[in-house]
Design a protein. Structure first.
Length: 108
């Protein structure tokens, strides 16, 4: 597999995108991450990560319809690509293989 760069924060954002297939957008990703991480996350950091991953081919985006609730603005929805899923699978396998190398340690 060609080596693709995926930082820790990008990985978390990509996991949320994948978990919310076809329904992932900035605020939903923000709320999911804040809940899971139990800390504040900057929406700008999410948008930067999404743009970076879109440039790498890990996600694709499309705009939803115009709504009155959003003052005529449209949501931008993100979806994981086959390459993005492959990169996530690689990250999971790598992390799991390293984790399994940890010996049984008793802190008794």
């Amino acid at each position: 597999m060609i080596e693709h760069s995926l930082g820790e924060f990008e990985e978390l954002v990509l996991l949320v995108v994948a978990a919310n297939h076809t329904k992932a957008y900035g605020v939903l990703i923000l709320e999911n991450l804040e809940e899971k991480l139990n800390k504040k996350v900057n929406i700008s950091a999410i948008h930067v990560a999404l743009k970076r991953m879109e440039n790498k081919g890990f996600v694709i985006s499309k705009f939803g319809g115009i709504t009155k609730e959003r003052g005529g603005r449209r949501k931008k929805f993100y979806n994981i690509t086959a390459l993005g899923k492959k990169v996530l699978d690689h990250q999971y396998a790598l992390r799991t293989s390293i984790y399994k190398q940890i010996p049984e340690i008793s802190f008794g």
